[in-house]
Ligand binder design. Structure first.
Ligand code: URA
Length: 440
């Protein structure tokens, strides 16, 4: 097999065989194939696409380029969840404990945030003492005892993805459905769960800006999961507006805790309800209606909140902060952004809201940036709300006062006002499973 011939084949839109794909990934990881040849291949894939079969073969080859986590020592059905990323997305912190309280087993590897999107691992690290790097035996032991453990991704999980993602990032080949879907699903397959629920975000704060593109990505990922023998489903949820009110690490953990107590923002509670319900459904806990009822019971009884506290304790964290959120470190400064003009908020550029939060210190501009866990934004008014001059639009939190001016400037530009009333679009836009697409 010559890489030159494979590039030529893909350039002409021909299908690559399973053997050709696995040999190409093996050669790339072993540095027998150069970055310049792989760049040409990525661009050929970008323009010619890949069939469902090719994408599944690419994903499986990428998943097998490193360790496949063996979760067989965990008793029960293991269910994983992945969000394609957004602003204010703290759903894992809510639905993981709910699913564990209902008997599902959640052995989850999560990522850190970069740019405008937050990462679950950074949020968890805002809990004093919480350890995200556990050895495999301890991780499995916690899942067996508590029902849930969330850790950072191990170094050798899908190394082909790590190399390919870095190359895509500098060759303008990130936004390709076969490449995104194989990247996400290779890590999910390597992480070893039996079932996978995908939360594909859509809108101005998401990777996929339109519902059509989000459905296309979801279909491809569901097909890959099913091809690999995992029960897989995707829910398309709105990211044209930040989820909940809090954006920023400890602010989001506190909001997740409030949601587990039944006092969270309505939008966050609704998205968490549908995600948790479908995770349970995938594990075979009964009909969708039955699973929804289990979710309600887990929140109302306090069992889900207790699970979060148990996981925090098991991972070395201070679980007393879960029961008394006043114990979280507070940002030394806060600043109210006031409304200057009356009207209805007709749109929020959600990516810019995430960038404003990053500027305050809550996110990373580069991989090496240091996070300020108490920094962030509380969104007081959101799309659909009527606002009057002098109302508080948002509250900014930071450790340095001088960060407020730039963050305020970015945040103000993110809002569009209108004289006409505006209705928000539904939070849940579609469900994609092996049975097809249900659009709401
Ligand atoms: N997230 C990933 O892990 N990979 C992509 O290609 C895009 C988003």
């Amino acid at each position: 097999m010559r890489m030159y011939d494979l590039i030529t084949k893909k350039k002409h839109g021909e299908e690559l065989s399973k053997e050709e794909i696995s040999e190409m990934i093996r050669g790339y990881v072993n540095e027998e194939i150069t970055d310049y040849q792989m760049s040409a291949m990525l661009m050929a894939i970008y323009f010619q696409g890949m069939s469902e079969k090719e994408t599944a073969n690419l994903t499986i080859a990428m998943a097998h380029s490193g360790d496949i986590v063996d979760l067989s020592a965990i008793k029960g059905i293991k269910v994983d969840k992945h969000s394609t990323g957004g602003v204010g997305d703290k759903t894992t912190l809510v639905i993981g404990p709910i699913v564990a309280a209902c008997g599902g087993k959640v052995a989850k590897m999560s990522g850190r945030g970069l740019g405008h999107t937050g990462g679950t691992i950074d949020k968890l690290e805002s809990i004093p003492g919480f350890q995200v790097a556990l050895d495999q035996d301890k991780f499995i032991d916690i899942v067996n005892k508590v029902g849930i453990s969330v850790v950072g991704q191990s170094g050798n999980l899908a190394p082909a993805d790590k190399k390919l993602y870095a190359l895509r990032d500098v060759t303008a080949t990130v936004d390709s459905i076969p490449l995104i879907s194989s990247s996400i699903m290779s890590k999910k397959l390597a992480a070893g769960s039996d079932c996978i629920l995908l939360d594909v975000k859509t809108g101005s704060g998401a990777f996929m800006r339109t519902v059509e593109d989000s459905i296309a990505l979801a279909r491809r990922m569901v097909a890959i999961g099913e091809h690999a023998g995992k029960k897989t489903m995707a829910i398309i949820t709105d990211m044209d507006i930040p989820l909940g009110s809090a954006v920023g690490n400890s602010l989001e953990v506190i909001e997740a805790i409030e949601t587990l107590k039944g006092n969270g923002p309505k939008d966050l509670a609704e998205v968490c309800e549908i995600l948790a319900t479908n995770m349970l459904y995938l594990t075979g806990k009964g009909s969708v209606e039955k699973c929804k009822q289990l979710v309600h019971e887990a929140v109302e009884s306090g069992a889900a909140l207790k699970k979060l506290a148990e996981m925090v304790e098991a991972q070395g964290g201070d679980s007393t902060v879960i029961l008394d959120t006043n114990k979280f470190a507070k940002a030394p400064y806060q600043y109210e952004v006031k409304v200057t003009q009356n009207g209805y908020i007709s749109h929020m550029d959600t990516e810019q809201c995430g960038i404003a939060s990053m500027v305050l210190g809550a996110g990373r501009e580069t991989k090496d940036s240091v996070i300020d866990y108490s920094a962030g934004i509380r969104m007081i008014k959101k799309t659909g709300d009527y606002v009057k001059q002098g109302d508080v639009l948002a509250i900014l939190y930071a450790s340095k006062k001088e960060l407020f001016q730039k963050a305020e400037e970015i945040l103000r530009k993110a809002y569009t006002l209108s004289d006409e009333p505006v209705t928000r679009r539904p939070l849940v836009l579609a469900k994609v499973s092996s049975q097809g697409v249900e659009q709401y």
